[in-house]
Design a protein around this ligand. Structure first.
Ligand SMILES: [Zn+2]
Length: 478
């Protein structure tokens, strides 16, 4: 990248010296401490809290190869063998043929296209930080970061990235994070308060769910199929009444996400919406149908397990002796267990969180209750004032959960190899407020040096995940 850095500096001299910035009010952009100018043709804009810059600015200041195809309204940016394609007015973009979803779509402006500077820079390994007080974007290149006196950033190893601007101030659109179909229920997880419009249609039979003022979030495409036109489908097997579920960004003015449940036979449904800021929309096809009064709660003997990774985001949980966070351990184990459970054809699994997000305790329990889950298992790691405390505990709160606790604990202790601190009563919210057998696993003590290093080993995490599956299957009689 040395040559790249040199070219970059030359360009900076050519471009920065003669001109004062045209950056829009409040949004200035610095590259290694030098303010960038947007040029005469279009100003920098802030679109849905993404700072958008003219394409020319990317080409001229960052030295990337930029192409524009008028017909398909596609921008192609290339650098060092990596190719990004962005399409005007579409939040779906591609990075080396992998689809990613942008917070804000590129926009057409007189004579140019505005593209999100953070996304483009980070894709090419630059570090981007946002100074909220100064309203400036700081871009740091790996080579030159330490050499410029004006740089506020770290010397920049290209590693850490900071959200630009802060994530709290999002656009007001509801973000659809994920969907699942189990127990004859379509569940849509979203951040925001979009109220669904639901319609039953015939010829062919289907149920259409529209979420107004909504779009797909960045994480949606990683968990579910989503093509560059923001269409996708969910394969549904084992539910004789349902042939599949389709979804799409149906409209961008106004923004609407549409889900279609394709039916093999006419079905009635009930609709439930739960949660406050993070909502779940559940379309339940188990409602008694007028055409088909013999419908069973059509789960074909399948069981639904909700796995709950404790803590998340601002809530780190316990902090280990060497500074490791409990939230990361919990999530790693839950993701591994979910992978294993997905291979079981009689078990459906839903996660309260599948990434580093924050959830209230009541929303975790509420999710399991609304889904009428069969089991709820919360994963945690413990901490004690005494660094000597070590070992594995399993907690239950209600009598109905005691048997599950015993079974889970039996396998868990074997998996950790740590001292057996027993099956215990614990008055924890998530196992108290849930309505199905529910347990909370305290796998080990992060305040203990030996436990901490064990808990963050891949092998231990795999073993714990496998032990959870064994416990779940034994308890469910599978
Ligand atoms: Zn915890």
């Amino acid at each position: 990248m040395k040559k790249f850095a040199f070219t970059l500096l030359l360009l900076l001299f050519v471009l920065v010296l003669p001109e004062h910035g045209h950056a829009a009010a409040g949004n200035k952009i610095y590259l290694d401490g030098q303010e960038l100018t947007a040029g005469q043709d279009a100003p920098v804009e802030n679109v849905k809290n993404s700072v958008m810059v003219p394409l020319r600015m990317i080409a001229e200041n960052l030295g990337y190869k930029v192409d524009w195809d008028q017909k398909s309204k596609t921008v192609t940016i290339e650098q060092q063998g990596k190719t990004i394609k962005l399409i005007v007015d579409q939040t779906a973009a591609s990075v080396d043929d992998k689809t990613v979803i942008l917070t804000a779509a590129p926009v057409a402006r007189a004579g140019t296209t505005l593209v999100p500077i953070r996304f483009v820079s980070e894709q090419f390994g630059l570090t981007v930080t946002w100074d909220n007080a100064q309203k400036t974007v700081n871009i740091i290149t790996p080579e030159t970061g330490g050499n410029n006196t004006g740089s506020e950033g770290s010397s920049g190893d290209g590693g850490s990235t900071v959200v630009v601007p802060p994530a709290e101030s999002t656009s007001g659109l509801t973000m659809v994070n994920g969907i699942s179909f189990s127990q004859n229920r379509l569940t849509i997880a979203m951040d925001g308060s979009s109220a669904p419009n639901i319609t039953k249609m015939t010829g062919p039979d289907r149920i259409v769910v529209d979420l107004p003022n909504a779009t797909f979030s960045d994480v949606f495409g990683s968990g579910q199929e989503l093509d560059p036109n923001l269409n996708g489908k969910l394969a549904v097997t084992d539910y004789p009444d349902v042939s599949g579920v389709r979804y799409s960004l149906y409209s961008t003015s106004p923004y609407t996400v549409r889900f279609v449940i394709d039916l093999n036979t006419s079905k009635n449904y009930s609709l439930e919406v739960s949660g406050d800021a993070s909502k779940l929309v559940v379309v339940d096809l188990n409602a008694q149908s007028t055409e088909d009064t013999t419908t069973q709660p059509g789960n074909n003997g399948r069981k639904l397990v909700v796995l709950d990774a404790g803590h998340g985001a601002k809530d780190s949980g316990a902090v280990g002796v060497t500074g490791k966070y409990e939230k990361n351990f919990n999530l790693a184990v839950v993701l591994k267990a979910a992978e294993l459970l997905k291979q079981e054809n009689k078990i459906d699994v839903v996660l309260t969180r599948s990434d580093d997000t924050f959830l209230e305790l009541k929303d975790r329990a509420g999710m399991a209750n609304k889904l009428k889950a069969d089991l709820f298992i919360s994963v945690h790691a413990n901490s004690s004032g005494s660094s000597a405390a070590s070992g594995t505990e399993t907690y239950y709160q209600r009598e109905a959960s005691k048997e599950l606790a015993k079974v889970m604990h039996k396998y868990l202790v074997k998996a950790t190899g740590l001292s057996d601190r027993g099956v215990r009563y614990g008055n924890f919210h998530v196992i108290r407020e849930t309505t199905m057998p529910a347990v909370l696993l305290e796998v080990g003590y992060l305040s203990n040096k030996g436990d901490e290093s064990l808990l963050f080993s891949e092998t231990l995490q795999n073993n714990v995940a496998a032990s959870m599956v064994s416990g779940i299957k034994e308890y469910l009689g599978m």
